[in-house]
Design a protein around this ligand. Structure first.
Ligand code: PEP
Length: 688
């Protein structure tokens, strides 16, 4: 499943009430949050929305408060049955005691504890509502001002949440003007606050940074992995991983099996597995999967040796006597509880030689220190590997964190079940319900060597109110380096973004006068023009150096405005198409489909830049279309359709409307007219 969804950056949020579904289902012990990972991971979205001046309404579930029905505390069927079985005279007291206990259990699941943590992490300012859609929530939401944050009480304090009740969804939706889903951990559930809420007309729904990160890292690994691609699957039961195994066998180069489910595979191979966990009904399935692996040319690795014991540890973390045998020699009275040392080496070797590794599920009973060695060996191999390493949530994520390897893993998912369903290729209802990404219209100014810092400040202050609320296009001004900070300060809180006009490809070093992508991003600069014709003409820029700059800027997380176009002689000799197609290929060599989400192409016929000559709308449309065709060849139609291709070359207030009306022209890169507020605003108006 690949998702291309609109994100919080694709929608105007300033001054709007934004309902954000987070996953604050954090582990709590004795009133203390034992891992705040999910809260920390939600912060980028919350901070962005706050900085943009949105009114941020957070909601989440926590745990399974089974005794709450329609916001009232009631005993569930099981408890009622238990009480009914008691002698009549004991029932009243037992009911009161059960209700009292339920009250305490439910109270433990209040999100007040998360509000306190958020206040600690954000330095205060988070208001907690004592209910989800009740009087308190409504009053607190009504009193919000831009930049305020309110956290609603646990969405599961009504059974209507998990039933995806339309009325409850509607009440939630009525609190806000925009919905953001950032709860990857619950994205596989169609509940009221994850999916139902998007069914209410007029509530645009987009994803937050966390969901964006999860689907882009895991989506890329599945759709376009760097190879060799190795998947390591563990966990107790084959039946939990049926679809994952089958789906991964169509994608990976090596599939590694460990944990309890390995014994069913060993049995399918004809080995006897003693008292080990065995899913007899799934032996045929394992045989099918082994045949599928062979047919697809996938290496399937099973444990070659096994750590065995006479019984399962009791208590689970208690002392246990173990020995190691080859996997085909497990005695009848013993059971396998972890992979053995030869297997650890084999699996670690495979993980280290991979370019992409996905891991989900422990290799043994890792709660027990004696039986945790296999899981530790895999976690360590991932940490030491140079591969893109992705750990599905749940036990394997917890293992990486407990072992202190987390910061050496590329991506640890915040979703257990959700990441598994994603690897299965299943549709996640909390994500599929969000708006699909569309091609963005971008109007960008190239100030060239104009404007001192004070002039830039005056310009932005003048144009800011003129373009306010014109949100159907992104507005960017690319400024000389020394002017950037002043322009950023003036543009703060508005819909104007400030970029740079060039970037060097090296991170740092002896390049006098140059500036690196890292320097720009640390200054909060997200956009950069690369390959402008004036740099190609006067500063010896070639497609090779353009390509290096593009890759460096993308690697630093920037959005690139890549300029290309033909010179007059090339147009006159009728080779424009060949020229722009070749430039597209050379300038984007090595750029991945995922990175293309941050590439804007500016088609700029060199003969039209700063000359007062403009391509006709038909010429602009035709050549932008030829660039798009080159993108189809490189990346396929989906990526090509989503790439913004601007026209640049004497675009102004007079010709903009006609140029922008063309289907392949997705905005403009504007030089001269970007220095005059009224002219630039007229172009922004034309883009609306
Ligand atoms: C440019 O510099 O990118 C440009 C298009 O300039 P002008 O609009 O002045 O032709």
């Amino acid at each position: 499943m690949t998702y291309n969804k609109k994100t919080i950056e694709d929608i105007a949020v300033a001054g709007k009430r934004v309902l954000v579904r987070c996953d604050f289902n954090v582990p709590v012990k004795d009133g203390v949050i034992t891992s705040d990972k999910r809260i920390v991971e939600a912060l980028p979205t919350i901070k962005y929305l706050k900085a943009q001046g949105a009114m941020v309404i957070l909601c989440s579930h926590m745990g399974k408060p089974h005794n709450v029905f329609d916001a009232k505390l009631k005993l569930d069927k099981k408890e009622i049955a238990k009480i009914d079985a008691l002698p009549e005279e004991e029932r009243e007291a037992a009911t009161a005691a059960a209700l009292e206990k339920a009250k305490k259990d439910v109270k433990k699941l209040s999100l007040q504890i998360v509000a306190d943590k958020l206040n600690e992490l954000l330095g205060g300012g988070v208001v907690f509502a004592n209910d989800t859609v009740g009087e308190d929530a409504k009053a607190k939401v009504a009193a919000m001002k831009p930049g305020d944050i309110v956290l609603l009480e646990n969405t599961r304090f009504t059974a209507r949440e998990e039933k995806n009740d339309p009325e409850f969804s509607k009440e939630l939706a009525s609190l806000a003007e925009i919905f953001v889903n950032d709860a990857f951990g619950t994205a596989h559930r169609a509940h009221a606050s994850t999916a139902g809420v998007t069914q209410h007309a007029g509530l645009p729904a987009v994803c937050g940074y966390l969901i964006q990160k999860e689907i882009s890292v895991m989506g890329k690994a599945l759709a376009d992995p760097e190879r060799p691609f190795v998947a390591i699957l563990g966990g107790a039961k084959v039946s939990d991983k049926l679809n994952v195994i089958s789906n991964l066998l169509t994608k990976v180069d090596t599939l590694i099996i460990g944990g309890g489910m390995a014994y069913t595979f060993l049995a399918a191979k004809g080995y006897t597995v003693g008292q080990s966990l065995l899913d007899t009904e799934k032996i045929d399935y394992c045989k099918d999967m082994m045949a599928k692996a062979e047919a697809n040319g996938v290496k399937l690795l099973l444990p070659v040796d096994t750590t065995i014991a006479a019984s399962f540890p009791n208590p689970i973390d208690g002392p246990i006597e173990v020995s190691v045998v080859d996997s085909d020699k497990i005695p009848d009275d013993m059971q396998g509880l972890d992979i053995g040392p030869k297997t650890m080496e084999l699996y670690a070797e495979a993980a280290k030689s991979a370019k992409t590794v996905v891991w989900n599920g422990p290799m043994g009973v890792f709660e027990n220190p004696t039986l945790a060695k296999g899981t530790i060996a895999v976690a360590e191999a991932l940490a030491e590997s140079d591969a893109i390493s992705i750990v599905g949530g749940g036990d394997s994520a917890a293992a990486c964190e407990q072992l202190g390897f987390a910061d050496r893993i590329t991506h640890i998912s915040t979703g257990g079940g959700a990441s598994l369903e994603f690897l299965e290729g299943k549709d996640l209802p909390g994500i599929s319900c969000l708006a699909d990404a569309t091609r963005k219209i971008v109007i960008a100014g190239n100030w060239k060597m104009n404007f001192t810092p004070s002039e830039a400040t005056a310009f932005i202050n003048e144009i800011k109110p003129m373009v306010a609320g014109k949100d159907n296009c992104d507005i960017v001004f690319c400024a000389p380096y020394v002017t950037i900070a002043a322009a950023q300060a003036a543009a703060a809180g508005s819909n104007i973004k400030i970029g740079a006009e060039n970037v060097h490809f090296a991170d740092k070093g002896a390049y006098t006068g140059e500036v690196s992508a890292k320097m720009l991003t640390e200054c909060g600069v997200k956009y950069v023009i690369i390959g402008h014709s004036e740099r190609r003409q006067y500063f010896g820029e070639t497609d090779e150096t353009v390509n290096k700059r593009v890759k460096a800027a993308l690697a630093a997380g920037m959005t690139v405005i890549l300029c290309l176009g033909e010179v007059k002689e090339q147009r006159l000799s009728g080779i424009t198409k060949e020229v722009v197609s070749m430039q597209t290929k050379l300038d984007l060599a090595g750029v991945t489909a995922e990175e293309m989400k941050r590439v804007i192409i500016a088609y700029e016929p060199v003969w039209a830049i700063g000359t007062g000559l403009t391509a006709t709308p038909e010429q602009a449309d035709e050549t932008c279309g030829q660039i798009r065709d080159a993108l189809v060849e490189l990346y396929g139609k989906e990526v090509a359709d989503l790439t913004t291709i601007q026209y640049g070359g004497s675009m102004n207030d007079k010709n903009a409307a006609e140029l922008l009306s063309k289907p392949n022209v997705d905005g403009g890169l504007i030089g001269g007219a970007s220095l005059v507020p009224a002219k630039f605003t007229a172009i922004v108006d034309a883009a609306q």
